[in-house]
Unconditional design. Structure first.
Length: 105
């Protein structure tokens, strides 16, 4: 293995490790207010929404166009996520519904 590849792998490991370790090391001594904890709970849903909504309403060229296949699979998932409030359950069910609709469209 070349030294440049080894340095690259070690560098990627370092930039992956540090953003996880440093907040854990420094913030464990502080008590995080309940309102901040509640606000942090919305981050996964907002990130997922930022990924999903462009897929539903824009085509490959970036023009506004409703994607029927994606929208048909998203509607039951939105209802499931609203009722159950399980991020991983929503992701897994969404993949299954999307793939399942792929057989019909």
């Amino acid at each position: 293995m070349r030294i440049s590849v080894l340095i690259l792998i070690l560098g990627m490991g370092l930039v992956t490790f540090l953003p996880r370790f440093l907040p854990m090391a420094f913030l464990t001594r502080w008590a995080i207010p309940e309102r901040v904890k509640m606000g942090l709970g919305y981050i996964p849903i907002s990130i997922l929404s930022a990924i999903v909504f462009p897929i539903l309403f824009f085509n490959v060229e970036g023009e506004i166009e409703i994607q029927a296949h994606a929208l048909l699979s998203a509607i039951p998932i939105f209802i499931f996520a609203w009722k159950v409030k399980s991020l991983w359950g929503s992701v897994i069910l969404g993949m299954l519904v999307y793939w399942g609709l792929g057989f019909f469209f």
